[in-house]
Design a protein around this ligand. Structure first.
Ligand SMILES: C[S@@+](CC[C@H](N)C(=O)[O-])C[C@H]1O[C@@H](n2cnc3c(N)ncnc32)[C@H](O)[C@@H]1O
Length: 430
């Protein structure tokens, strides 16, 4: 790490920043920056990227010096496992790859703010890249994944997030004000071109391989998608070895689609270019069971979905509302999912209520809050420092909310039966 520290110090000085400036922007202590520059700490990949961005320097050398291979380099090594090391050895003359080097790479990332486990709570939060985290996680150690990934891919890049935070431009569009109310930004998925769609497929294939490895046999994945891109995501997960087990339809009125042709509204008054979207698909996948479902349930505690009650199975259409402003005020993340819906799917994800639920794209923490509310153990990973700190503060507060009623502050103890009656209301009482 000494070389990393020297490189970082040189980059910081070159752009005229003090250690205190960098610490303030990263929301860490000055002492931590000093330890990084002294080679005494190893930062998470996302922290290295933030440091490089702040110091206006290429992140690749810093990533490599901190033992995080940049993703494109890692991909080259994976895709050319024979040629790439041979070319490197030939060029740079080292041939001493040792087993303990790998152990070094696998050391857990530990730094202020990067790992958070509140006392007495049943969840752990990690700030960092979920691909890296899953690669280092023990195989067969997660019982369900409930997640809402950045399937537009672009919307959570540093550039697009900066535009989102500035409030203009990029893939985030600001819906028009209705009745003077300021509305939250929505990502524009239709801006993905063919290359980007291929990239998306590749992203999910790679993600699928990591997820398959960490899930126990019979473990389910609930994955939020959207009707324009779901087929790409689903194919990629199937190619990674998952069985498609259906789709959960979240019935929710959105503001996507339903518009008349742009700049020709009056001419084509009776035309809608795309249907107004009133549902959100959540792909449901399962890692194949070992033997029969009953055998798998006995051995791994997975393979099925938890019933709502002994009379009521878990159903695949769930009536939902857009996320309430009460929840968005607690966790101001642009893609926050509502507790009323999340608690129903998270609860269903562990058939016996035992095991660990993972959300590798945690965002504002809605999955983890839902897991905590229904009494499950969970792990959340978020790469963005700002969203990570939002989630950290928001989870206990979201957990304490009554899902669809008024804001009644409950104590933050887990609400075991929080979703008992939620599903039947779809077909009966509303
Ligand atoms: C669609 S949002 C999730 C929102 C979340 N469901 C909620 O209710 O708040 C996706 C999140 O994944 C994060 N993300 C993107 N790439 C990541 C990666 N490689 N590892 C971890 N988090 C990542 C983004 O910063 C973003 O906050």
């Amino acid at each position: 790490m000494v070389q990393f520290g020297q490189h970082l110090r040189a980059a910081r000085l070159a752009c005229g920043l003090t250690q205190a400036d960098v610490a303030k922007r990263l929301r860490v202590s000055k002492g931590y920056i000093s330890r990084l520059e002294g080679g005494k700490a190893r930062p998470a990949e996302s922290t290295v990227r933030r440091l490089a961005e702040l110091c206006a320097t290429d992140p690749s050398p810093l990533l490599i010096l901190a033992s995080h291979l940049p993703r494109d380099v890692r991909e080259i090594l994976w895709q050319q496992p024979t040629e790439a090391p041979a070319v490197l050895r030939e060029t740079f003359g080292h041939n001493d790859y040792e087993q303990n080097e790998r152990t070094h790479l696998a050391i857990a990332v530990a730094e202020p703010q990067a790992i958070y486990q509140p006392s007495k709570a049943s969840y752990e939060l990690f700030q960092g890249d979920c691909f890296e985290w899953m690669e280092h996680r023990q195989p067969d150690s997660i019982h369900a994944i409930v997640t809402d990934p950045p399937y537009g891919l672009k919307e959570y890049t540093a550039k697009e997030k900066a535009k989102l935070r500035r409030g203009r431009g990029g893939v985030w569009r600001m819906p028009p004000d209705i009745g003077g109310c300021v509305r939250r930004p929505l990502p524009r998925f239709t801006v993905l071109n063919n290359d980007e769609k291929q990239q998306l497929t590749k992203f999910f294939r790679q993600w699928g391989a990591c997820a398959f490895r960490v899930l126990v046999p019979g473990g389910h994945v609930f994955m939020a998608t959207n009707p324009l891109l779901s087929q790409l995501v689903y194919m990629a997960l199937i190619e990674s070895g998952f069985e498609k087990r259906g789709e959960i339809i979240r019935l929710v009125q959105t503001l996507r689609g339903g518009d008349r042709p742009k700049n020709a509204h009056d001419e084509f008054k009776g035309v809608t270019v795309m249907p107004r979207s009133c549902w959100e698909p959540w792909g449901l996948f399962r890692k194949p069971c070992e033997g029969r479902v009953q055998d798998n349930l006995r051995k791994w505690k997975t393979g099925g979905l938890r019933r709502v009650s002994s009379e009521q199975p878990f159903c695949d259409v769930i009536r939902s509302s857009p996320t309430r402003s009460l929840e968005r005020d607690i966790a101001p993340h642009p893609s926050l999912k509502p507790q009323g819906f999340m608690r129903q799917i998270v609860r269903a994800a562990l058939p016996l209520g035992e095991g660990v639920v993972l959300d590798p794209f945690m965002g504002g923490g809605s999955t983890i809050a839902a897991a905590y509310a229904v009494g499950y153990v969970s792990i959340g990973i978020e790469s963005d420092l700002e969203f990570f700190s939002i989630a950290r503060t928001a989870i206990p507060k979201l957990t304490a909310l009554v899902p669809n009623g008024e804001s009644k502050d409950r104590s933050s103890r887990p609400l075991q039966n929080a979703t008992r009656s939620a599903q039947p209301s779809l077909f009966g009482r509303t």
